[in-house]
Design a protein around this ligand. Structure first.
Ligand code: DSN
Length: 417
């Protein structure tokens, strides 16, 4: 039987994967939702488990041949519950958006009122933003951050919730550099009879490692992706109280999805095991230390950070004071080997496709073993680029220094070729 490896079977795709591998190895990855999965996680997600269909749940499947798949999914569920102290876990959502959609399906009817942080203020599309199905099929009420402090104003959230009485109250963000007061959200949800949903996609690794308070004691449901700070494969997970287990499981399957991606489930199980080890706690704490070190360096350079700093893995900067837009900044920084994304800032006068801000985070550099000194150096490079983004010589010099730094800190999961 002819069964060649990728290099032989498809040289074009093989070459592109190798090039992407080199790019990931040789640039500084600051996109806060990205990370480097370990070799073990990558290996699990590249296995023959991809060949198997397994609609249903362990010991309740619609296809035969599940002896090992059941064992793998059961391990993943137990590890998720143990790591986060949850009563129930569903590890089948394909990613964060399907995980959130399953929560709507479990608890809402179309047209019900739901409430979340608005996208331009750092929320997520699936927390009810108008272009998302969650903003189209449900009556979405969006809360904002305070115009001066850029922090969530819990009194304002309470007032809005009392006015609109949502069925679901989401806490969670893609661009909020501060901690969430999950107890406050739970109290507001209880006052208005809402289910409290904490979407911890960005901070799951910090929660697992004890570097951010956990919502699990407070939230009815916790959703997350598995590939950001948690450092697993691309996937999703829902944690909930036992009382909601049946509703959540039925919403994921058969409500929303077909067969689970078993190779991903196995890789999630591996990542959850890794996250339970002492080294992961050190990593999670260092992610925050590195972000704070970057913030200090930016502030020392007079570069303004939204909310004045960070408590987590993420920083959001208004770059317009450097006479540059967010997009121009992101493009110039990529030329210098520093990859981040342009982002709206709260109350941004500019459009989302070329907003005022850049968003950056420290999970990936921390996974490479970089610490505060490297974080400060990266912040100095960013400052230099923002002040002279058209200086090709400067960009090339920094690019060279970035590659040197990256060589000193090999990325997990990437084999040198
Ligand atoms: N795309 C993710 C992020 O970058 O934050 C959110 O889903």
């Amino acid at each position: 039987m002819y069964d060649p490896d990728l290099a032989l079977a498809d040289p074009e795709i093989h070459a592109l994967v190798r090039s992407e591998e080199r790019r990931q190895a040789e640039c500084i990855r600051l996109i806060p939702s990205e990370n480097y999965a370990s070799r073990a996680v990558l290996e699990a997600s590249g296995t023959i488990l991809t060949n198997k269909y397994s609609e249903g749940y362990p010991e309740k499947r619609y296809y035969q041949g599940q002896i090992y798949i059941d064992a793998i999914e059961t391990l993943a569920i137990h590890r998720a519950c143990a790591l986060f102290g949850a009563e129930h876990a569903n590890v089948q959502p394909y990613s964060g958006s399907p995980a959130n959609l399953a929560v709507y399906l479990a608890f809402c009817q179309p047209g019900d009122v739901v409430m979340g942080l608005s996208l331009p203020h750092g929320g997520h599309l699936t927390h009810g933003w108008n272009v998302s199905i969650t903003g189209k099929y449900f009556k979405s009420v969006q809360y904002s951050v305070d115009p001066v402090t850029h922090l969530i104003d819990y009194d304002a959230v309470r007032a809005l919730a009392k006015e609109h009485r949502p069925k679901l109250l989401f806490a969670g963000a893609t661009a909020y550099p501060r901690q969430f007061d999950f107890a406050a959200f739970a109290a507001i949800a209880a006052e208005v009879g809402a289910r409290f949903v904490a979407d911890i996609a960005h901070i799951a690794g910090l929660v697992a490692g004890g570097a951010h308070p956990s919502p699990v004691p407070y939230a009815d449901v916790v959703t997350t992706t598995t590939h950001k700070t948690l450092r697993g494969p691309r996937g999703g997970m829902i944690l909930c109280k036992s009382a909601f287990a049946k509703a959540i499981d039925r919403a994921v399957f058969p409500g929303l999805q077909g067969g689970p991606h078993n190779h991903t489930t196995a890789a999630i199980a591996v990542a959850l095991r890794e996250a339970s080890l002492p080294a992961f706690k050190v990593y999670a704490e260092q992610v925050v230390k590195n972000a704070k070190a970057m913030a200090e360096e930016f502030l020392a350079q007079g570069l303004p950070l939204i909310s004045g700093g960070t408590d987590n893995h993420l920083l959001l900067m208004d770059v317009t004071g450097c006479d540059i837009t967010g997009k121009q900044a992101a493009v110039a920084l990529e030329s210098a080997g520093i990859v981040l994304n342009y982002n709206t800032i709260p109350y941004d006068p500019r459009k989302p496709f070329d907003p005022s801000g850049i968003r950056m985070g420290t999970p990936a550099i921390t996974s490479r073993g970089m610490r505060e000194d490297q974080a400060r150096q990266i912040a100095r490079w960013i400052g230099a680029v923002l002040r002279a983004s058209a200086d090709e010589t400067l960009l090339a010099t920094i690019r060279h220094e970035v590659v040197e730094l990256c060589r000193q800190f090999p990325a997990p999961g990437i084999v040198a070729h």
